[in-house]
Write a protein that binds this ligand. Structure first.
Ligand SMILES: *Cc1c(COP(=O)(O)O)cnc(C)c1O
Length: 224
């Protein structure tokens, strides 16, 4: 068994425990295995071990790896679901819509417009989340919490997009819990059901605070 497969089992056990502790069912939490920077031969055993949901943060890197990985998965009778978790440029919107099943990083009107146009052109309907910059960090992508209500309304009313929930990456040097709590609050007032939050360092905490998707990379694949 590869180290990644062993660690995958450990992460799954911890997710089940955290969900149980929070009075939730393990099935309410989806593990998005973040495979960025890792190669096809490192990812394939994790798919063979039954993991079906993966996250990548760059369109070009995903394009280089996932057609082959999907073909191999299909040969084993498996399907994979791919999430874009990194910033999207509007000139990559077409490729993103063609490749990804979820785009978690909708964060500005230009991207919303580009995605709406490409979804219409291709007939593909990736599921969409809005990224919130909960720490208002200047270098980080995402909508400021104060602008979230207006942006969600614009996605719906101007661009005709169905936004299913929110995604965030809290500041690395702060306690994550206030950021996760803020996410739950914004989602609740919009009736949004999906919360993508929590990474290797803090996914049990995120589950306690309502995460429906945790994005775990290094705890499965090892250090990057
Ligand atoms: C890399 C990355 C992750 C996974 O981070 P780990 O600390 O390795 O678990 C999660 N979310 C996003 C947006 C990332 O870019």
């Amino acid at each position: 068994m590869s180290d990644a497969v062993t660690r995958l089992g450990e992460v799954r056990a911890l997710i089940a425990r955290a969900a149980g502790d929070a009075g939730r069912k393990p099935a309410e939490v989806t593990l998005v295995a973040v495979s960025k920077t890792f190669g096809i031969e490192e990812i394939a055993p994790v798919i063979a071990a039954g993991q079906s949901v993966f996250g990548e943060n760059r369109v070009q890197e995903a394009k280089a790896k996932w057609p082959e990985l999907r073909a191999r998965a299909a040969a084993q009778g498996r399907t994979v679901e791919l999430h874009l978790i990194g910033p999207l440029q509007s000139n990559k919107a077409r490729e993103a819509v063609e490749l990804f099943d979820w785009i978690e990083t909708v964060d500005r009107p230009k991207i919303a417009a580009a995605l709406a146009a490409e979804m219409k052109a291709t007939g593909r309907r990736p599921r969409l989340l809005v990224q919130i910059n909960t720490g208002a960090e200047p270098q980080k992508a995402g909508v400021l919490p104060a602008d979230a209500d207006a942006f969600l309304a614009e996605c719906r009313d101007v661009h005709g997009l169905t936004i299913e929930g929110l995604m965030c990456i809290p500041p690395a040097d702060e306690l994550a819990s206030p950021h996760f709590a803020l996410m739950a609050k914004i989602a609740a007032r919009h009736g949004l059901k999906t919360l993508s939050m929590g990474m290797s360092a803090d996914y049990p905490l995120a589950i306690q605070l309502g995460a429906t998707h945790v994005r775990v990379g290094s705890a499965i694949f090892g250090a990057r």
